[in-house]
Design a protein around this ligand. Structure first.
Ligand code: C2E
Ligand code: MG
Ligand code: MG
Length: 399
């Protein structure tokens, strides 16, 4: 017979467990188990292996594409919000699939290969499924090497911070900049953050990396002022892992003191998709940061499945519309409608709106007409080194 094994792991279950308590998390597991059973009539066996890991054995499947269809359907069913004890939770899963006839001869190999594929799905950001392939084995090794190199990168100062300016539409001046980390690897060259931030988050290396970027950006903001430039806001991206460690507020306070940057010139950005876990904890931390006088932003807004009611509850100052909507502005009316709606909603809540990924003049015109507050994108400038940004600020900075 032909067997396929699907390994499934819930995203962020540990955090849910920590923040909402075991009782809520247990109920969540039960609901997910029930969803699995209902969503998979074609499964032979559905089992919970441990914690938040489930496995599904299929003993008769048509072909790869029918398995892919099953996994897609399962993913969309799992992602529907679950309400437990008044908490609305959105969970998604990473899934890995291995097949007995093509890839393994033994059951133990089937299990480990489905796990490897599941890990791969997780590395790709979760909420997807992957099939096991022989090359996965090799890339798992590569990943281990990359992790060791990233550790060294921090010690050996291979990380740099670039800055991308934001343009204030009301004044036509550059009034802020986002700090974006870059890794100059000795042999691989420049590694983009998309290729290592995920790894850094998983391994905890995001702690020291985030601290480095924060310190560097605050120091740089003061340095520009020392060079005689008018003060601008610098924004630094946060990872939810930094929030979880519970040391963020004291770190921010310490860095502000050390560098002498006025708190109102520091902005912290958190991606909308990272708001999903432990909302209460995020609200509490944001409130403390706000009390310091720091500005806060929700990044990549509109794609993270977060509930709109979060916007009301989480204390933030800025909403950054995700690039995906801005990219589509020229093409369809849908992205224009969404962008318009986000701006109106944010303004209704007294929040400022920043549009990201502005590449064309028409997009800028649209955003101006819709009263977007700030724009950021290649049309204004790519992320550049600090001294290049100083030149741009001299030409067109705030007065
Ligand atoms: P993000 O915070 O949403 O940053 C915006 C990304 O869009 C940056 O990519 C930027 O270079 C890119 N971008 C800006 N304008 C345009 C445009 O007009 N067109 C296009 N196609 N892209 C544009 P980058 O620098 O590769 O960073 C990617 C992501 O990595 C960031 O997304 C952020 O989530 C993360 N990241 C970067 N630096 C840090 C950091 O220091 N800490 C943390 N936790 N995450 C970081
Ligand atoms: Mg950002
Ligand atoms: Mg963004």
């Amino acid at each position: 017979r032909v067997f396929a094994l699907l390994a499934l792991d819930l995203q962020r279950f540990k955090q849910l467990n920590d923040s909402l308590g075991h009782e809520v998390a247990d109920q969540l597991l039960q609901k997910i188990a029930r969803r699995l059973v209902n969503a998979l009539p074609e499964a032979d066996t559905i089992a919970r292996l441990s914690g938040d890991e489930f496995a599904v054995l299929f003993n008769a499947y048509g072909n790869l594409s029918s398995l892919a269809r099953v996994a897609t359907r399962l993913a969309s069913k799992l992602r529907l919000p679950v309400t437990i004890d008044g908490h609305e939770l959105v969970v998604s899963a990473s899934m890995g699939i291995s097949l007995l006839p093509d890839s393994a001869r033994e059951i133990s190999a089937l299990v480990s290969q489905s796990n490897m594929a599941m890990q791969h799905a997780k590395h790709l950001g979760g909420n997807n499924f992957q099939f096991y392939t022989d090359s996965l084995q090799a890339s798992t090794l590569e990943r281990l090497q990359l992790e060791n190199q990233l550790r060294k990168a921090i010690e050996e100062k291979q990380l740099k911070v670039f800055y991308q300016p934001k343009l204030c539409l009301a004044t036509g001046k550059l009034n802020a900049a986002e700090a974006l980390v870059r890794w100059d690897h000795p042999t691989m060259g420049r590694v983009p953050p998309g290729d290592f931030i995920g790894l850094a988050e998983e391994t905890g290396l995001i702690g020291p990396i985030g601290e480095f970027v924060l310190r560097q950006a605050c120091w740089q903001a003061c340095e520009w002022q020392r060079q005689g430039l008018d003060a601008i806001r610098v924004s630094v991206n946060l990872s939810v892992h930094q929030l979880r460690q519970g040391k963020l507020v004291s770190l921010v306070r310490q860095v502000l003191e050390e560098t002498g940057l006025e708190p109102g010139y520091l902005e912290l950005e958190l991606t909308e998709s990272q708001l999903l876990d432990s909302v209460e904890h995020i609200i509490a931390t944001f409130q403390q940061l706000r009390d310091l006088g720091v500005k806060l932003a929700i990044d990549d807004f509109g794609t993270g499945y977060s509930s709109l009611s979060y916007l009301k509850r989480i204390p933030v100052d800025y909403v950054k519309i995700d690039q995906a909507f801005i990219r589509g502005l020229g093409e369809g009316t849908e992205d224009a409608a969404i962008t318009r709606a986000i701006i109106a909603m944010a303004h209704g809540l007294s929040l400022k709106v920043v549009a990201e990924g502005v590449e064309h003049q028409e997009q800028l015109e649209f955003l101006k007409a819709e009263r977007c507050d700030e724009v950021q994108g290649y049309l204004i400038s790519r992320p550049v080194e600090a001294q290049v940004l100083a030149v741009l600020l001299r030409e067109n900075g705030v007065d």
